[in-house]
Design a protein around this ligand. Structure first.
Ligand SMILES: [Fe+2]
Length: 272
């Protein structure tokens, strides 16, 4: 795992806000002090941080019934999230452990791809705990607690998705640098931006969509080029990170995504 505080880029909404930067670094430092396997640290979120969470929560939850996949909505109804306060990573760690065996590892920010993917192979999900800047509740240029908790966590409670996540991680073990880039794209086009057709309607299962109201609506309205998921194509398809995705890959079930990825990894391991 990466070991330092990651400096904000100049275009981050909090770049010119010293209080925000100090707070983000303080929460990141707690993650750096965390030992693997320990319970994630409790964070006393401020009123302002809880208010930002509430704005994000309300913007997204109004879309979920018609935009998120069925599995996500089933979990969301039972997970016990509330608009009033940011859930603690320790609670999430407990919850996921009981559902799929996934554990939460607090991290200070984006983790190098190779390390990130290797964690997934051990059913460990690296998660940030700080929140985006209050001036842009519907946008963040980096993962934050809203992206992790509203985008990833409900899906991580679903066995098929947990298996898919782990399978991509396993595939990356021992991979060349070039293959790591390609596994990063497979992760991107499934775990972050995957879409699924249910009762003939497109729904999101990817966390990047499920945590961005604008891109979620854009995706479900089928504005991007929607293609059948083909791991061999997806691994070669470059993924923009600062604009909406022009291409999304569709599956008919999360299990299908798992089998396609598993077969793809099998072919790579055999050098085909
Ligand atoms: Fe993510």
């Amino acid at each position: 795992m990466r070991t330092g505080i990651i400096e904000l880029e100049a275009d981050h909404p909090g770049f010119n806000d010293p209080d925000y930067r100090q707070r983000r670094d303080e929460i990141a430092r707690q993650a750096l002090d965390h030992q693997s396997g320990q319970v994630p640290p409790q964070i006393e979120y401020t009123e302002s941080e809880n208010r930002t969470w509430q704005q994000v929560y309300e913007g997204l939850t109004s879309l979920y019934p018609t935009h998120a996949c069925r599995e996500y909505n089933e979990v969301f109804d039972n997970i016990g999230f509330s608009p009033d306060r940011i859930p603690q990573l320790a609670e999430i760690d407990d919850y996921l452990k009981s559902k799929t065996g996934f554990r939460i590892q607090p991290v200070a920010g984006l983790v190098e791809s190779r390390d990130f993917l290797a964690s997934l192979s051990r059913r460990i999900f690296p998660s940030t705990a700080y929140i985006r800047h209050h001036s842009t509740p519907h946008y963040t240029p980096e993962p934050d607690v809203c992206h992790e908790l509203l985008g990833h966590v409900p899906m991580l409670a679903i066995p098929e998705y947990a298996d898919l996540m782990q399978k991509i991680g396993e595939g990356s073990l021992g991979a060349s640098d070039e293959q790591i880039v390609q596994f990063g794209r497979l992760y991107w086009y499934t775990i972050e931006f995957g879409v699924i057709r249910q009762d003939r309607e497109l729904r999101a299962y990817g966390a990047g969509l499920l945590s961005s109201p604008g891109e979620l609506a854009h995706a479900v309205q089928e504005k991007p080029d929607i293609r059948r998921f083909d791991p061999d194509e997806a691994r070669q398809t470059e993924n923009p990170i600062t604009t909406y995705q022009p291409i999304l890959y569709e599956v008919c079930s999360i299990r299908e995504a798992f089998y396609l990825v598993a077969a793809f990894i099998e072919r790579i391991k055999q050098g085909l």
